[in-house]
Design a protein around this ligand. Structure first.
Ligand code: ADP
Length: 497
C-alpha cells in the first residue's frame, strides 16, 4: 500500500480502505443497464473538473438495493476501480455498538477519511442497520444509538458541497422498505438502483465471467454446459452461481480430473440448490395469524393476476413459506420487447392494490399489518409514473423525473390526479375481490393446507369459481380531477357564479 496503507492501519479497524480496488465493470455480468447508468457517474468522477466547469456534478449518493449476493458490493468496487479513486468501506452493523456516541463518531471518522482523499468513494453495506426508520419498531435494540448515527450520515451528506470535495457515497441494502425516508431525499441517496436476480441470459454471462480461469475440455463444451446450468439455476444469485463453479472445480480436483465436466457442474448445482431448499423449510416458525394473512394476500394477488393477466410476466406459483413485504408470487421469464398500453399501466395499479385491499377487507382498517404496507407504496409509485413520465394522462405530455421537479401548482395537480387513480384502483380491486370471493377463499385454503400453489391450479379455481356480480366502478375522471385541483385558479379565473 501507498498513501492509504498507513491510513488503513492507523484508523479504526471498521473502515477498510483500498487505494484501488482493481475491479472493473467487466467483473459484473448481466443487468447491463445498471452498468450503463453507473458508467455516467464514473465519467463525472473521472474528469471532475471538466464536468464541474459545465455545471454537471456527481450525485452525492447512490443506493443499490436487492437480495444478498447479487453483486452490490462488486458494483460499488467497480465504480471505484473504473474511476480510479480510493474506496472506503464499512458495514452498517459496525456502527451500532453498545457505547453511546460510537455510531456518530465512526460515521464522522469514515467521512473525514474519505474526504481527505477526495475524489473518493464511501461504501456502506447493510445501511439499513443504521438507517432504518426513526420511531419505528426497535428490532435490533440500540435505537437511540442508531438514530445518532443516522443523523450524522445526514449531516455529513448535507455538509459537503458538491463543487468542492467530491465524495460519492454508495449504500447497499436488501431492505429498502425499512430505510428512513430522510436518507432518500434529494441531495442524499437520490439515485436508487435495483440490483435484482439475474435472468437466464444474465446467469449465463455471470457463469462465463467466473469460468474464465477454470479449465474445460473445449470452448464448445464449456458453452453448451454453461447454457444448461443457466437454464437450471432459476432464482440463483451471482454469488451462488460463482459457488457452483467453485464447487465443481473442487469436485473435479477430488476426482483427479483435468477438466470440469457436465457431471461435476450438475452435482455442484444440486448441492447449491440443497442449501436453498433447507433454507426455506423454517416455515413452521411463522405464527398462525401471519400465515393466514399471508395466504389471503397471496390469494388476492393470484385472483387479480388472473383477472388482469400480464402476457409479459405470466405468474408461475406462490407460497406462504416466507414473510416479505411484497407478494411471494413468482413469474415466468419471458424475453423480447414489451408492448404496454395505457390500460396495462392502469391495470397494474389495480393489481398492486390487492394486498392492501384484501387485508382491510378481511382484518379491518384498524388491524392492518406491515405485509400489505408495501402495496400502497407500489400502487402510488405506479400511478405517479403513469402521470409524470409517460405523457399518457390529462396531466400533460411533459416528462418529469419525479415529484420534486414540480412547482406547487403542478404538485397539486399531480396529487389530485394520483388520488383519482388510487381511488379507482382501490375500488376496482375490491370489486374484483368481492366478485371472486369464492376463488379467494379456495386459494387461501389450498395455501394454508399445502403451503404452496401452482399457476395451473390457481387458473382452475379461478375459472370454475361462482361469481358475485358487483356494481360498476366509476372510471378515472381525469379532467374532473384537474378542475378539482384548482385548474381554474392556475389561469386566474374563477368558476362562473
Ligand atoms: P452483495 O453485495 O449484493 O451481497 P457481492 O457483491 O458481495 O453481493 O457478491 C458476492 C460475489 O458474487 C461477488 O464478489 C462476485 O464474485 C459474485 N457475483 C455476484 N453477482 C455477480 C454478477 N452480477 N456478476 C459477476 N459476479 C457476481
Amino acid at each position: 500500500g501507498g498513501a492509504l496503507g498507513s491510513l488503513g492501519k492507523s484508523r479504526a479497524k471498521f473502515i477498510s480502505a483500498e487505494e484501488t480496488t482493481g475491479v472493473t465493470f467487466d467483473d459484473f455480468a448481466g443487468q447491463e443497464y445498471i452498468k450503463r447508468e453507473l458508467q455516467e457517474i464514473v465519467r463525472i468522477l473521472k474528469n471532475d473538473e471538466e464536468f464541474q466547469n459545465k455545471g454537471i456534478y456527481c450525485p452525492k449518493g447512490v443506493l443499490l438495493h436487492g437480495p444478498p449476493g447479487t453483486g452490490k458490493t462488486l458494483l460499488a468496487k467497480a465504480i471505484a476501480g473504473e474511476a480510479g479513486v480510493p474506496f472506503f468501506a464499512a458495514t452498517g452493523t459496525d456502527f451500532v455498538e453498545m457505547f453511546v456516541g460510537v455510531a456518530a463518531a465512526r460515521v464522522k471518522d469514515l467521512f473525514s477519511s474519505a474526504r481527505s482523499f477526495a475524489p473518493s468513494i464511501i461504501f456502506i453495506d447493510e445501511i439499513d442497520a443504521i438507517g432504518s426508520k426513526r420511531g419505528g419498531p426497535d428490532l435490533g435494540g440500540g435505537g437511540a444509538e442508531r438514530e445518532q448515527g443516522l443523523l450524522q450520515i445526514l449531516t455529513e451528506m448535507d455538509g459537503f458541497k458538491v463543487s468542492t470535495s467530491q465524495v460519492l457515497v454508495i449504500g447497499a441494502t436488501n431492505r429498502l422498505d425499512i430505510l428512513d425516508p430522510a436518507l432518500l431525499r434529494k441531495g442524499r441517496f437520490d439515485k436508487i438502483i435495483r440490483v435484482g436476480l439475474p435472468s437466464k441470459d444474465g446467469r449465463l454471462a455471470i457463469l462465463q465471467v467466473h469460468a474464465k480461469n477454470k479449465f474445460f475440455r473445449s470452448e464448445e463444451e464449456k458453452n453448451t454446459v454453461l447454457q444448461e446450468i443457466a437454464e437450471l439455476s432459476v432464482d440463483f444469485t451471482g454469488a451462488e452461481l460463482q459457488n457452483v463453479l467453485n464447487e465443481a472445480g473442487i469436485l473435479t480436483a477430488r476426482k483427479d480430473l483435468d477438466y470440469i465436466g457436465r457431471e461435476e457442474l450438475l452435482e455442484a448445482l444440486k448441492r447449491q440448490k440443497g442449501t436453498f431448499e433447507t433454507g426455506q423449510e423454517d416455515s413452521t416458525e411463522i405464527p398462525e395469524e401471519l400465515k393466514l394473512r399471508l395466504a389471503y394476500r397471496e390469494a388476492a394477488v393470484a385472483v387479480l393476476a388472473c383477472y388482469y393477466p400480464d402476457c409479459h410476466r405470466p405468474f408461475t406459483e406462490t407460497d406462504i413459506r416466507s414473510i416479505r413485504s411484497q407478494p411471494n408470487m413468482r413469474y415466468a421469464e419471458t424475453s423480447g420487447k414489451v408492448f404496454s398500453k395505457k390500460s396495462d399501466f392502469v391495470n397494474s395499479i389495480v393489481r398492486a392494490c390487492a394486498p392492501r385491499v384484501i387485508e382491510e377487507e378481511m382484518f379491518g382498517i384498524d388491524n392492518l399489518c406491515w405485509i400489505s404496507a408495501k402495496a400502497t407504496f407500489e400502487a402510488s409509485r405506479l400511478a405517479e409514473f403513469l402521470i409524470l413520465q409517460t405523457g399518457m394522462t390529462a396531466f400533460g405530455k411533459t416528462f418529469y423525473r419525479n415529484q420534486s421537479d414540480l412547482v406547487p401548482n403542478l404538485a397539486a395537480k399531480l396529487e389530485a390526479l394520483r388520488d383519482e387513480y388510487m381511488r379507482f384502483a382501490v375500488e376496482k380491486c375490491s370489486s374484483v375481490l368481492r366478485e371472486y370471493q369464492s376463488a379467494v377463499e379456495t386459494i387461501t385454503d389450498t395455501l394454508l393446507e399445502k403451503g404452496e400453489i401452482k399457476a395451473k391450479e390457481i387458473w382452475g379455481i379461478y375459472k370454475k369459481a361462482p361469481r358475485i356480480p358487483q356494481p360498476p366502478v366509476h372510471p378515472v375522471d381525469e379532467y374532473g380531477a384537474l378542475i378539482h385541483a384548482g385548474r381554474w385558479g392556475i389561469y386566474g379565473n374563477s368558476l362562473p357564479g
